[in-house]
Unconditional design. Sequence first.
Length: 152
Amino acid sequence: MMVKPDKYFHDFVQVDIDPKFRAKARNSFRRAIRDFYCMQRKYVYQPETGERVQGVHQGIYIQQQKNQKRKIEVIFDGKKPGRPQKIEIQILISRLFLMWGRYAKTHPTFSWKTDKTIETDFECMLLDLLPRLGARDVRGHVEKHWRARSRS
């Protein structure tokens, strides 16, 4: 199910945003969610025409399989072997941190001692929003964001 950015902002995020900056924050939040959905689409560019397509035909090779030879088509679809990197989640998290830091009444903090502390407003928003978008391990993604920030 797709998250509707304006409805989610109105229902859950608007309360924590300073009233002077609500319109700017709503636009920033909407753009972050829409960009997240756009980045999930997988396209590659056709070299000759420059248009976006699902895959590019690179050629055919012959492979020996037991007692017969088979023609195998090679199609480049932009995917690499191994676990796919979810760069769109990292970009979304960094944009949400920036939006919250600029426009909210509280700081974008995250409590790490889960048993003894009260969840911050930003943490409640992330723990609710990211699973709706398909990112299950919220704390893992936030840790990855903090590690990437400390490197740069």
